[in-house]
Design a protein around this ligand. Structure first.
Ligand code: ADP
Ligand code: MG
Length: 518
């Protein structure tokens, strides 16, 4: 489809765009069209090319949308709902976009062709989305970590991804390996208990512990420590700074400072070693050479870490981050791990069998950087889908859950023209199965008719085109992916449909907007 609204946005005469609904909804369609063909197991990939001719092949809705050079402000909003979906659930971004586009298309039709006032449409969407979410929730089932449905959710989520079958095996084993250790405050939180990293030089594998993509501070340090006593140091490891020297410093002053530096460094290292630690994770911004040398001489292992890494390293090893040298005398600062070692070849450091909360690392491989990125993203989608399923329950996939509540949504009785607004929501509910089937080469509409007339939980088998019970087929989605996608789509549809003009404004930074208000 050719469309001038894609890429560049030019408000028309005198910077006012009178036909905003038309233009905005076109912009939405164009953006939605770029990702809708990726939906489902037979979805196709997109080749992204930037101005420097770098390429990346992707099937992931949010990755594609974020890399688009769209400037149309409404197109940006679509990208934002995909991002929000990604943050809230971590899967279902294409679903959210397809539903949003369908709602806007249908809403525009009601407003333009049937002259329904936008506020009525918006109210219809609000009630419709709320009702649809509670209907889907009612049909959801609970699952546990050992249920086969968990495998099926992960497999469904990864079915459209590059090498999805192998990845789902990897994800399933990793999640079962951490098991209920991933429960925090009564809910599964795999973000805390699993780490997914990508490497082009290591095979796919699951490590019982943490893998840091780092090297030890100095190659002369030992490359392994058994029975590691671990310290996480945040304190200053540069006791005397070069910047203290003045241009006119005298030779004696420099000499005094130098010997001060050496003696202070010794004191620090002695205090560090007096704790009994033999493995040091250092997040201090600068490390004095003498300190480094002394650590090498004392044959301990030290690794630089970033402040982001402190939290999970501390949780996993039980080490309490030490902020000040004075704290070194506290008894409870060290953590433990059976084994810490560096694979020099692969440039990673393994910390295994530590004494804190359990963690596993999934290493995702790839023959090239781009395949490793795509497989890495897919694995994270799988982990997120599993988490959502365990915490909130599951529903039949392939768009079946959405399709079978349409009639019930229609039963909702709203006053006056708001009733018509419900059609916006039912159109969106139908769009998911239709898109999945269209992408698989079927006549989506025809298949939808068959599926609609079938009992709840039935949808179309993507391989044969026949009706099938989605539970039995093992095509299962997390409930949260559906409700979040519906809500996000509803939000953006309401905003877009309410706008009747796009106006060019002077200054819209938050500060100046709040000025105007005053
Ligand atoms: P999203 O970005 O929205 O997660 P995906 O490309 O991952 O998009 O597709 C997810 C959709 O594909 C879900 O609705 C899921 O139920 C559906 N799906 C996955 N496997 C099958 C299958 N074998 N048959 C039908 N639908 C499937
Ligand atoms: Mg998905």
């Amino acid at each position: 489809m050719s469309n001038t609204n894609f890429g560049v946005w030019r408000p028309m005469a005198e910077n006012v765009e009178f036909n905003a609904l038309e233009s905005n909804s076109n912009a939405v369609m164009v953006v939605a069209d770029t990702v809708r063909t990726t939906l489902g197991p037979k979805g196709l990939d997109k080749l992204l090319i930037d101005q420097a001719m770098n390429r990346h092949v992707s099937n992931d809705g949010v990755t594609i949308l974020l890399s688009l050079r769209t400037i149309h402000p409404i197109a940006r909003m679509i990208v934002e709902i995909a991002e929000r979906q990604e943050q809230m659930v971590g899967d279902g971004t294409t679903t959210a976009v397809v539903m949003a586009a369908e709602m806007i298309k249908e809403g525009k039709r009601l407003i333009k062709e049937l002259s329904v006032h936008p506020t009525k449409v918006v109210e219809g969407i609000e009630s419709g989305v709320r009702h649809a979410c509670s209907l889907i929730k009612r049909d959801a089932r609970k699952i546990k970590l050992d249920d086969v449905e968990l495998d099926q959710v992960i497999r469904t989520s990864l079915s459209s991804k590059l090498d999805g079958h192998n990845l789902s095996q990897l994800v399933i084993s990793a999640l079962r390996a951490v098991g209920d250790h991933a429960i925090y405050n009564g809910e599964y939180n795999f973000d805390k208990a699993t780490k997914v990293i990508r490497r082009t030089n290591i095979e796919d594998k699951i490590v019982n512990g943490i893998v840091l993509e780092r090297k030890r501070l100095d190659p002369e340090m030992p490359y392994e420590v058994k029975d590691a006593k671990i310290m996480i140091a945040k304190f200053d490891l540069k006791p005397v700074k070069e910047s203290w020297l003045k241009e006119n410093s005298k030779y004696e002053e420099i000499l005094a400072m130098e010997s001060d530096r050496v003696s202070k460094s010794k004191e620090i290292v002695d205090a560090m070693l007096a704790t009994g630690a033999n493995t040091f994770l250092l997040s201090s911004s600068e490390i004095d050479e003498t300190i480094e040398d002394l650590l090498v001489i004392r044959k301990v292992i030290a690794v630089r870490i970033s402040t982001d890494e402190i939290e999970y390293l501390s949780r996993y090893t039980g080490a309490k981050p030490v902020r000040m040298i004075e704290e070194l005398s506290r008894p409870d600062i060290l953590g433990k791990a059976n084994y810490v070692y560096e694979d020099e070849d692969k440039e990673v450091i393994y910390i295994e069998n530590a004494s804190g909360k359990k963690m596993v690392t999934i290493i995702v491989s790839g023959s090239t950087k781009e395949t490793s990125i795509e497989r890495w993203r897919a694995s994270i989608d799988g982990v997120n889908a599993a988490e959502a399923a365990l915490n909130h329950g599951i529903v039949p996939g392939g768009g079946a859950a959405e399709l079978h509540i349409i009639e019930k949504v229609k039963d909702l009785k709203l006053k006056g023209l708001e009733q018509v607004g419900l059609e916006v929501v039912t159109a969106a509910l139908e769009s998911i199965m239709r898109q999945i089937l269209t992408n698989a080469g079927y006549n989506g509409l025809e298949k939808i008719m068959t599926a609609k007339a079938s009992p709840d939980d039935f949808g179309i088998d993507i391989d044969t085109g026949d009706l099938t019970n989605m539970w039995k087929k093992g095509v299962i989605d997390p409930l949260l992916v559906k409700t979040m996608a519906l809500e996000a789509a509803g939000e953006i549809a309401k905003s877009v449909l309410r706008i009747d003009r796009n106006l060019a404004a002077e200054d819209l930074t938050p500060e100046s907007v709040s000025e105007i208000k005053r």
